[in-house]
Design a protein around this ligand. Structure first.
Ligand code: ZN
Length: 348
């Protein structure tokens, strides 16, 4: 993940940096389908071209967040244990560094898969050509079918930063916190399947830059999967994509990300108010993260991230990113807001 403070100049810079990816994806999303209409049998010999053969997903209208407020008839939110999420975090990062190509990465995949009993598992494996060479990658998707037509995705990455591979960096907050919470959500969904929309837990790979963060050198797994979900029509079924990143910080400050979908952020903000977390979204920030490729194919996205980890973000991408800097209380806070958001997003 990368950030730009929400001053105008930085927003402009961030937009400029995003332009190549956005342009490429928008071209795939809108320009190419028009071209394919003139072909009786659109070519589909590559991921990009098969994407062009599909209709563009319809962007949602500008919903009013108030329309999602639960009614007395809305089923309660799923109960999730912050304490168990924190225990999962500790167990997960005890595997060691999880950078691309490392033994720890393979162990991390097996650890995650080993905690997804009862889910429908899809492994989106591919080889990414990165700035540091070719690496096998694996986006792991755990699907919990609901009773309504539509999908809510809860996502977060599990790899650790590759440039820090020669250090003891374990990413307790950066990659570990979201995995810890998502595995606890998985445990709860096993016994409390969704009543409304299906819930998919997406563990993304290759979020981190391999050399230095650029549009090209980052979010490899998400770029691959967004393209795939666009091509196979999944994207148009996804009602909301909630990204969880660096959510374990003891001193929790979740900022409002200006790269996320405004109405969806408002739904999250109102959920935070309802569960007694008024300090959510006090400040604005502009974040480059796993949500951007999904936003670019028309999926409503919200990045729930605390990008102020330690004083002046001093622990981020350092060997100080260890479990003692995180807390069960912060994971509980985030899970309460996320689960209330999921509750609100479901159809009445
Ligand atoms: Zn990171």
């Amino acid at each position: 993940m990368n950030r730009r403070r929400a001053q105008l100049a930085f927003q402009k810079l961030a937009f400029q940096r995003l332009c190549p990816v956005l342009l490429a994806l928008l071209l795939a999303a809108f320009a190419l389908p028009a071209a394919s209409c003139r072909q009786s049998s659109p070519a589909a010999d590559s991921a990009g071209q098969s994407a062009a053969a599909q209709p563009a997903p319809i962007r949602p209208p500008d919903y009013r967040a108030e329309d999602f407020d639960p009614t007395p008839q809305t089923p309660p939110a799923l109960k999730v244990s912050g304490a168990q999420a924190y225990q999962n975090l500790k167990d997960f990062v005890a595997l060691g560094p999880r950078f691309l190509g490392s033994p720890g990465h393979a162990k991390a995949e097996q650890f995650i898969l080993g905690h997804l009993e009862g889910a429908q598992i899809e492994q989106d494996t591919f080889t990414a050509q990165t700035a540091a060479g070719a690496f096998p990658m694996n986006n792991i998707i755990a699907k919990y079918p609901g009773k309504k037509d539509g999908i809510i995705v809860l996502a977060g990455h599990y790899d650790t930063n590759y440039p820090l591979r020669n250090t003891s960096f374990i990413g307790a907050n950066d990659g570990g916190s979201n995995v810890g919470l998502m595995l606890e959500i998985a445990a709860q969904l096993r016994t409390h399947p969704p009543e409304g929309y299906s819930i998919w837990l997406l563990f993304t790979d290759g979020e981190e830059a391999t050399v230095e963060w650029t549009d090209a050198d980052s979010v490899y797994g998400s770029k691959q999967l967004a393209k795939k979900w666009y091509a196979d029509g999944t994207a148009s079924k996804i009602k909301a994509f909630l990204l969880l990143d660096m959510i374990g910080d003891k001193d929790l400050d979740i900022d409002r990300d200006t790269n996320s979908t405004p109405w969806l952020l408002d739904v999250v903000g109102r959920a935070a108010q309802r569960v007694g977390q008024p300090h959510f979204f006090v400040r604005n920030n502009t974040i480059q993260d796993d949500h951007l490729p999904f936003a670019a194919v028309g999926i409503p996205v919200a990045d729930i991230i605390d990008i102020d980890y330690g004083f002046n973000n001093i622990y981020h991408h350092t060997t100080e990113d260890t479990p003692d800097k995180c807390s069960a209380a912060s994971l509980q806070t985030v899970s309460n807001v996320v689960m209330e958001t999921v509750r609100a997003l479901n159809p009445r």
